[in-house]
Write a protein that binds this ligand. Structure first.
Ligand code: 3HC
Length: 693
């Protein structure tokens, strides 16, 4: 019998089988909650029924509360109340979990009296990734079942546990390889026969372990001082030693406090952005088949791209020009694969086959049978044109020819072929087998099916594919090139590189821009500045004075032991010689250094980033603000809890951003210009979020 659109109940002898069917992932939407509530209470009043079993149809049990409801007025019945009702059910309630039982989904099961896990089940409490904590009893019932240390580890990591581990810990009572419905019937019969005993979780006492929680809290202060919800998780788990009703009150309060933070909004924007980013019009075209990939160039990028493809189960032919370079490339790929094996990203039984799926060749003609060729040689237009000219002749029509260029004009490269419609940019980020971002650069003539293949490849490689138009640097490097200048100007005007780094790290970046520069290699930007020297507008204030001097000394950052910092010892100390260079360059430019507050550093840096991001939208290089957010989040270390620069910009507002730009423009009216789109937004009240809809 159908209770409502998403919940049905069936009676089998004296068993009530409640089936949840809310595709795609059975979220605990209001309809699902209403349905469960009605079904459980109906089963309770039915004198024939002795035991109740809840299972789900489709690919998964409940994957969590409905995130779309967050930030809106609460809808009854609230999930915690429903779970309390389940726990208080006079008749035992069994839950059968398959697929993913996450967050509120697992919390429903924790409130039930018996938990059965099916093959392949993953379960966990991932709320922390959304800036929240388990808010439907998870912080109270998990410690009751598995103790405080294991519970806090699961809650703070938000990780997915395998069913076996959950059984070992005591989160599950049994495993089954039956179907969800069959497993529900079996467990119900076992309850009826007394083979297995259901019990109420709230009746279990928690062994206090304040010392462990103190230790966790101390660690969080070191590592996550700027985030709210991890601290709230500890606070709520600490309350699990109280009587359950009191503990649940503490959890509720902590949940609402986390819910009302901009961090929660930022993290949820990131969650949905990650999923929306691949929804572009071309995605409707059918992707072309890709089973074998040719990678041209065995340097860091080429080897990383080859590794990513191999890890995704693709066959790869790596082409280099000399035996030596080919050997180096293959060795790097093997090392990458071994690393993946160690980190558990590649199963031992797949290791040999994955290695064997790689072939090395010295001639481009070896790529006559690939489905996709990715060129990853150094950034030189003539070399790339030559390669594409050759590939055009070697590869069959329909084979996709991709360039990993990070700034060169893709249309110029495509024009050297007879089939620019098959040409696309696949801009990976280093290390390519680790970094999640893939810019899918669409040329003027790129075919829709080729774009769709780019997105399909991104998904297969478990990357976040973002569509970008053609311009110098595409979305990410174009915006980076602009805001990085702010960091240089700040140093010239009075801040030390360390002050700039510290301010931005406190704001949320994992590393400040000078540390990032040292890590990436300062020579890369040096070459870019040289490349662009001839076309640099006269009005532009030069940003490379200090960095050029550093590079002229042969200090390219971490790889040469020196950059903005010294890398000779384990402690990263500021390079004192940079201080001298900075002082000399200020003097040469006639600048009297002034102290710059951390807040001012952050405001200028972020305003510069947002300004260029807006221009990228105006120029239609990025289609939507969320595309920019995902590029910065997944390729440039933008703090996830701020959602991305466009989401963050909405929290500031167009009017305030314009005020800031106008203030800064008094010092440099060329660099600080108000983008037209921002003006328009201030006039009509539009937000970037509106443009994502
Ligand atoms: N709320 C609303 N929508 C959700 C959702 C949720 N909890 N979980 C997934 N969805 C949506 C996705 O946005 C997507 O929608 P779309 O098709 O329109 O893009 C659709 O469901 C399918 O999701 P995925 O594309 O992610 O499917 P996958 O198969 O790749 O992954 C999953 C499935 C592992 C369940 C993944 O969706 C996931 O991790 N979901 C979030 C789980 C989670 O964080 N749960 C905790 C929620 S907070 C909570 O429960 C609070 C409680 O303590 C009170």
């Amino acid at each position: 019998m159908q209770i409502n659109d998403v919940v049905s109940i069936e009676t089998l002898d004296n068993i009530a089988l409640i089936c949840l069917n809310n595709p795609p992932v059975n979220v605990a939407s209001q309809a699902l909650r209403v349905g469960i509530q009605k079904a459980v209470s109906q089963a309770n009043v039915d004198a024939e029924i002795a035991v109740i079993a809840i299972y789900a149809a489709g690919r998964t049990f409940v994957a969590g509360a409905d995130i779309k409801e967050f930030g809106k007025p609460p809808l009854d019945p609230m999930l915690p109340d429903l779970i309390n009702e389940i726990e208080e059910s006079a008749k035992p309630v069994i839950t059968v979990l398959h697929g993913t039982a996450l967050g509120g989904g697992l919390e429903i099961a924790l409130g039930a009296h018996l938990r059965v896990g099916l093959n392949g089940l993953k379960l966990g409490l991932p709320e922390i990734h959304l800036g929240l904590l388990p808010g439907a009893g998870g912080t109270q019932r998990t410690p009751r079942l598995i103790g405080i240390p294991a519970a806090i580890e699961i809650i703070l990591s938000g990780r997915h546990l395998e069913a076996n581990e959950a059984l070992g810990l005591g989160l599950l009572d049994r495993l089954s390889d039956e179907s969800p419905r069959e497993a529900a019937i079996t467990a119900a019969k076992d309850v009826l026969s007394g083979t297995i005993n259901p019990r109420r979780t709230d009746e279990i006492e928690v062994k206090p372990d304040h010392a462990h929680l103190d230790e966790m809290e101390a660690k969080l202060v070191q590592t996550h001082s700027h985030l709210v919800s991890p601290h709230k998780c500890v606070e709520a788990v600490r309350a699990s030693t109280l009587p359950v009703n009191e503990g649940l009150k503490v959890e509720r309060q902590a949940f609402f406090e986390s819910m009302n933070t901009p961090q929660r909004a930022g993290l949820i924007h990131a969650f949905f952005g990650e999923r929306a980013v691949s929804k572009v019009s071309e995605f409707k075209s059918t992707p072309r088949e890709v089973a074998q990939v040719g990678v041209i160039g065995g340097g860091t990028m080429g080897s990383g791209i080859a590794t990513a493809c191999l890890l995704a189960g693709l066959r790869v032919i790596l082409v280099e020009t000399t035996e030596e370079a080919l050997g180096r490339g293959i060795a790097t790929i093997h090392k990458n694969l071994e690393g993946a094996l160690k980190r558990g990203k590649l199963a031992q039984d797949r290791f040999d086959a994955t290695k064997a799926a790689l072939k090395g060749e010295l001639q481009l003609t070896a790529l006559d049978n690939v489905d996709l060729a990715i060129e990853a040689v150094f950034e030189n237009m003539d070399v790339k044109k030559d390669i594409f000219g050759q590939l055009d002749k070697i590869c069959e029509p329909g084979v996709i020819l991709a360039s990993n260029t990070s700034y060169l004009d893709l249309d110029e490269i495509a024009a050297t072929t007879s089939r620019p419609e098959d040409v696309i940019g696949l801009h990976f980020f280093s290390p390519a087998h680790v970094m999640r971002l893939l810019e899918i650069v669409v040329g003027a003539k790129t075919d829709e099916s080729v774009i769709a293949t780019g997105f399909a490849l991104a998904k297969r490689l478990r990357k976040i594919g973002v569509k970008s138009g053609v311009c110098d640097g595409f979305i990410g490097n174009r915006i980076l090139a602009h805001y990085r200048k702010t960091a240089a100007y700040l140093v010239l005007d009075g801040a030390s590189p360390q002050e700039v780094d510290r301010a931005l790290e406190e704001f949320g970046f994992a590393m400040g821009p000078h540390k990032v520069g040292d890590l990436a290699g300062l020579d890369i930007d040096w070459m870019t500045r040289q490349r662009k020297a001839a076309t640099r507008p006269e009005e532009e204030r030069y940003s490379g004075h200090v960095a050029d001097r550093i590079c002229e000394n042969g200090w390219f950052g971490r790889k040469s032991g020196k950059g903005y910092y010294l890398y000779e010892s384990a402690n990263m100390l500021p390079n004192p010689e940079v201080e001298t260079i900075v002082a000399e360059e200020r003097e040469k430019a006639g600048i009297t250094p002034k102290p710059i507050a951390a807040a001012d550093i952050v405001d200028r840096y972020m305003t510069a980033m947002i300004s260029e991001a807006v221009r990228t939208l105006e120029d239609k290089i990025a289609a939507r603000p969320l595309d920019i957010d995902m590029v910065l989040l997944f390729g440039y270390g933008f703090p996830r809890h701020l959602g991305g620069p466009m989401h963050y910009a909405d929290t500031i507002g167009a009017k305030e951003l314009i005020n800031r730009i106008k203030t800064y423009a008094k010092e440099d009216s060329y660099y600080w210009r108000v983008p037209g789109l921002l003006r328009q937004m201030a006039d009509d009240g539009t937000t970037f979020a509106d443009m994502n809809r």
